[in-house]
Design a protein around this ligand. Structure first.
Ligand code: DX5
Ligand code: ZN
Length: 222
């Protein structure tokens, strides 16, 4: 299957006081989707943004899919409001819900695309009977909660395992990797099998967003 590589800036590292302008700037710089990290100070030790902020961004009509990454427990109660707020993808962590299959169905029923997210030490078992129902698998390459952490190299093997499972399924499921991605390691992550690359600090700490996104694409096409 031919892969198209997508770059997903994570707004976690954006300047929140100018969020709309920051999103507009990364869209202009060539982003493929906007990664929207939702943290609840319970499932992860940090607190970020909710459906109101998602809706405010969706209303600006930047013409780019919103990729909502729920790091919350529980999950189900948030799905209707994020779907209504304009989320394109909604991903959650299997250990954060009691009924993984039900949560996947719920996301689909509310008109969004379901994704399952795996922490570095979480095995892939939850994919065994669910992969075919998903639009996206998200492999965390840092422990969730904060931007700016270092990529955990053992995750390359895990990414390859998921790539094999996706190929076997024959379905166009995105394989997204989140945490510590930059222009120096993006090629390795791609070669392991990823096609969707979240980058927070690597993009928003740069002065020129277009230059860093172009550099990432260049590294993948060299
Ligand atoms: C971490 C978040 C990530 C984070 C990545 O819990 O899920 O999306 O923003 O940030 P960087 O790219 O700085 O590791
Ligand atoms: Zn994330």
């Amino acid at each position: 299957m031919k892969k198209t590589n997508w770059i997903a800036p994570s707004i976690l590292s954006a300047d929140f006081s100018r969020l709309g302008e920051e999103v507009q700037a990364v869209v202009k710089a060539g982003a493929d989707l906007i990664h929207f990290d939702v943290m609840d100070n319970h499932y992860v030790p940090n607190l970020t943004v909710g459906p109101l902020v998602c809706e405010a961004l969706a209303k600006r009509q930047f013409n780019i899919p919103l990729d909502v990454h729920l790091m919350t427990r529980p999950v189900d109660s948030l799905i209707p409001s994020f779907a209504k707020a304009g989320a394109t993808y909604i991903s959650f962590h299997p250990e954060a819900t009691d009924h993984v299959d039900r949560t996947i169905n719920m996301i689909r029923e509310h008109g969004a695309k379901p994704g399952l997210a795996f922490n570095p030490a979480t095995p892939l078992d939850a994919l065994n009977y669910t992969l075919h129902k998903l639009d996206l698998v998200l492999i965390m390459s840092v422990n969730p909660g904060f931007g700016g952490q270092a990529f955990i190299p053992e995750m390359l093997q895990k990414i390859s395992e998921v790539r094999t499972m996706i190929e076997k399924s024959g379905k166009p499921i995105r394989l997204e990797v989140d945490g510590g991605i930059n222009a120096d390691n993006i090629r390795d992550v791609m070669e392991a099998g990823a096609d969707t690359f979240v980058a927070g600090s690597a993009i928003f700490s740069a002065t020129d967003y277009t230059a860093v996104i172009n550099q990432m694409r260049q590294k993948m096409s060299d």
